[in-house]
Design a protein. Structure first.
Length: 373
């Protein structure tokens, strides 16, 4: 096997990361049965990454280690006041607000094979695997974003309720819903269960109302992150919910990428964004940063007839304004930290090593499922 030009591979994947070529990679190769529709990351759509290097003035070296972090500044706010004609406004010592965003490395599995195996396969195995490396990196990014969004919503709930307070159908009215809200159908459930209800048009209007808030929060919801599983529930909406578009939904399904004026980003990654959880976000500049220090880099090495391939990247993510995101829960049970209802794992992201699972063939690896007429 000829020597592999790592630079060529790296450039190919860097170009791929900055193009639309990752969208729905279901049929890149037709010589092999595919298991999943692989989708480009939603984190990069919601919060476009900022590329940084050591020359950036925000990049600082940690005092105790050889690691670095990004020092992000936060806007300071003030106010005006009515004064006596000879009076003055109050005095305030001004200082900047800032917080660090750490970087960490993400690396794929090291895939080992040999030249004999590659020659025996009827399709380009290594190229096929390497084409998925960027997708796997973006899955980790997406999972990281969902964990940040959930933490932001739950922290605001904790602050506004004076501690973690269960939010379930049975506690509606007793818990302040400032950053997490139960859906209209979940609110009327007779038990605190994990049944995922169909989202209603009113749910998105109530979710959007949380952004300007009731005490000067002064934000505006912009984008909605939703699973395709939950979005397909729109197809069940009645005429009074869709007006003149009822027949279009019956004929073609709900095809709009907006709902009540907010753009939607739909994902099929239900192992990361679990069905039943919908997030609405303000514009990215009101939340935080998604930083790339080293973009996806692919390496391939050959030792005799043994071949090794893997990929890595270094990025960071951090958010200072925790009110930039709100959450809609389509289930009646409590997903609040420390006061969860049993079974809460069903609506939380799977572990990194479980977000991509092999499809099980009931017939086993030896046979094809028989068709019975």
């Amino acid at each position: 096997m000829a020597e592999v030009d790592a630079g060529t591979y790296n450039q190919m994947f860097i170009d791929r990361m900055h193009s639309d070529g990752l969208e729905k990679m279901a049929a890149v190769q037709s010589d092999v049965v595919r298991q999943k529709i692989l989708e480009e990351g939603f984190a990069r759509k919601l919060i476009p990454p900022k590329d940084v290097d050591r020359n950036d003035v925000h990049v600082q070296e940690d005092l105790n280690t050889d690691t670095i972090y990004y020092l992000e500044h936060v806007e300071r706010l003030s106010y005006a006041m009515t004064c006596n004609i000879r009076g003055n406004g109050t005095s305030n010592v001004w200082y900047s607000k800032k917080y660090p965003i750490s970087f960490h490395k993400v690396e794929t599995e090291h895939i080992f094979t040999n030249e004999y195996t590659i020659r025996a396969m009827p399709y380009p195995f290594l190229k096929d695997m390497e084409s998925k490396f960027p997708i796997w990196h973006q899955m980790v990014e997406d999972r990281e974003l969902v964990l940040h969004l959930e933490a932001a919503c739950q922290m605001m709930q904790k602050m506004d309720n004076g501690g973690y307070t269960a939010l379930a159908a049975s506690t509606i009215g007793a818990t302040v819903e400032s950053s997490v809200r139960k859906s209209e159908l979940a609110r009327i459930e007779l038990s605190d269960n994990w049944t995922i209800q169909v989202p209603q048009r009113a749910d998105f209007a109530y979710l959007a109302r949380l952004f300007p808030g009731f005490a000067g929060e002064s934000l505006k919801g912009e984008k909605i992150l939703i699973t395709e599983t939950d979005a397909l529930g729109f197809d069940t909406w009645q005429h009074e919910d869709t007006g003149n578009g009822a027949w279009d939904i019956t004929k073609d399904g709900y095809s709009s990428n907006t709902v009540v004026g907010h753009s939607m980003i739909k994902t099929n990654k239900t192992s990361i964004l679990r069905p039943g959880n919908i997030y609405m976000m303000a514009p990215a500049q009101f939340g935080g940063k998604f930083l790339r220090f080293i973009d996806t880099t692919v390496e391939m090495a050959k030792y005799g007839d043994r071949i090794e391939s893997w990929s890595w990247q270094v990025y960071g993510m951090g958010f200072a304004n925790l009110r930039f995101v709100k959450k809609l829960e389509l289930y009646a049970a409590s997903n609040t930290p420390t006061v969860e209802t049993a079974g809460y794992a069903a609506v939380r992201p799977l572990a990194e090593d479980a977000i991509v699972n092999e499809t099980v063939n009931p017939a086993g690896p030896e046979g094809i499922i028989p068709v019975v007429y």
